[in-house]
Design a protein around this ligand. Sequence first.
Ligand SMILES: C[S@@+](CC[C@H](N)C(=O)[O-])C[C@H]1O[C@@H](n2cnc3c(N)ncnc32)[C@H](O)[C@@H]1O
Ligand code: SF4
Ligand code: SF4
Length: 435
Amino acid sequence: MLKKVYYDDKMLFLKRNKDHVIVSPENFSYIKVNEELKFLITSIMENDGQIELDELSDKILHKFSKKATPQEISVQINKLIDTHIFFQKHEDLILNKNNSIKENYKNIDNNPKEAYIHMSLRCNLNCSYCYNKENINNGQHELDTKTWIDIIKTLQNEGIDHFIFTGGEPLIRDDIVDILKIAKTSNTKTGLLTNGTLLYNKFEEVMPYLDYVTLSLDSLNEMTNTLNRGQFGFKSILTLLERASKDSKDKVSVRSVITKNNVAEIEQFHKIIKDKYGLRTTSVGYLPNKFDEINKYVHYDDSTCNGSNIGIRIKPCGACTNLIAIGPEGNIYPCQCLISKENTIGNILNDNWKQQVSDSRITKLFKNLTVDDIEYCKDCEIRYFCGGGCRALAHNIYGDMSEAVKFLCEFQKKRVRNILTSSNFKWEDFNHQHF
Ligand SMILES: C[S@@+](CC[C@H](N)C(=O)[O-])C[C@H]1O[C@@H](n2cnc3c(N)ncnc32)[C@H](O)[C@@H]1O
Ligand code: SF4
Ligand code: SF4
């Protein structure tokens, strides 16, 4: 007969309508329980994990006027053990804390599958927030068409199966179709991130070679959009929306950056995009490019939106290991937000580029760093949901890629709690769920 159980002393108890969400942050366990089960768990915890089945049975009867036999309680406790909320032995609790999930993350090989292709860092807009502002239109050397074709083939041979064309404005290169034709095969996915100003004229040419297009647009109100993204090309984007709504609804979506200028209108704007044009929408909070810009960040909470979700994040992201970015001159960077000389991890034109990437100090940092290694995060109760935040933000704001993205902490904590307790939260996405 079970006499005692062990558990995470940082257990979180959240309320979700009539249910409770119980999170054992150290053990990657998250369950949804009813009032009675929550009472059972807290009663056991109040008794320092000691199991007195008869006493628990009496307590439940007294509290809920409901009979729960010692056998029934025992079954529930065993379920709590199966879902790693309780542990039979103290060693199991400790072992689980250092469990294989974390180790697997640490042992991830750097074998990127996605490449952000920047054939050019020229752009015909000058968006107020652009994370590539420093690189835009600064006369960088650009490789020619033939060299890009060779690069795409090399990447395909090395297992890259998802190409994301971005920049700068990717459509500024006249040879974009030639490159897309090579990039798109039956085994690869191709995406285009574009400001949309040049797309209408190239629409028929490029669409057959693209799986998806993400059109950046922040408002249908010209004044608002201009504040974020400048005035140029607004009318042509409206024509483009009409065109996309005809036969490309499944491929084209609108992505907005949320700033103080458009936050009040964003829901209405996205509703129109969906209702009038039939296109999907996404949004991202404006990411500050330096410390002085933190106060411009808009804490837009999408946690109650449909589809908003969270998952286990032990590593902050897949930069260097799952994805890379290639610049106009062939330099390789950890991701599209870390394009600079100091963050170069290799050059794709070098025969030895794979070795350069794996030998790079930055790749090693991305490969090994988990949220537990970030001093500021290591005791945070939601750290395995948060992962410690975007490393590009850490670098750009705090000047250190291993730093926590502290300015987002409170917001992250609120968001994770909101999602876990939201009625839209998809429990089936989790391993350890409910009874
Ligand atoms: C750098 S742009 C390049 C592709 C293209 N020029 C465009 O605007 O879509 C890629 C995406 O990043 C977004 N973006 C740029 N700066 C950002 C920032 N500071 N925070 C969040 N998103 C940003 C843009 O709105 C765009 O959706
Ligand atoms: S259009 Fe894209 S690349 Fe150009 S400035 Fe705006 S966000 Fe940056
Ligand atoms: S960044 Fe903040 S919220 Fe995220 S894990 Fe670290 S301390 Fe927690």
